[in-house]
Design a protein around this ligand. Sequence first.
Ligand code: 5GP
Length: 191
Amino acid sequence: MLSPQNKILIITAPSGAGKTSITKHLMQRFPQLAFSVSAATRKARGTEKDGVDYHFISEDTFKQKIQENAFVEWEMVYEGKYYGTLKEELQRIWSLNKIPVLDIDVKGAIHVQQQYPQTSLSLFIEPPSVDELKKRLQSRGTETEESLAARVNKASYELSFKEHFNKIIVNDDLEKACIEAELILLGFIGL
Ligand code: 5GP
């Protein structure tokens, strides 16, 4: 039996596929899970809080952490914006005897999987179509025309990596997708 110390749940998807909603649902359903707060160099949006949604840090600090080998993985997810999973964040969560949940981009997810092949579970949340994804991003109202185009282009690229992950969940109905994710997790948590 694996102890929670070894385990990592990775949830990845193109932006707008519903990854955050599914992640939140799983966090409520399973108290064994704890959200891994990433470091990011973008500015906080809306109600986001430092240390809760992200550790919002400067680009200089981020680069210093890269030098110090403080990240399990990091990526420039969008032009000029860095995001990374801190080793100490995983340690913090494991020390609570919980399983870290990483809501990260596709490349970062592949890197974490490579480092924890036996003890990670990766879920790829697939949008029903790129058109549907574009509509969802537009209705969120947080994107400029430029950032919307960047996210849609990136989404098409990221979809081509879906076969790298342990499970693919198509999110055409959020409730069904949440139930499917729950069932998969029951097996993983119970390992
Ligand atoms: P947003 O700016 O919308 O919060 O996040 C943009 C993207 O960055 C999302 O796909 C999110 O999953 C991803 N992301 C968040 N934290 C990390 C991280 O630590 N590493 C990587 N590689 N991607 C991340």
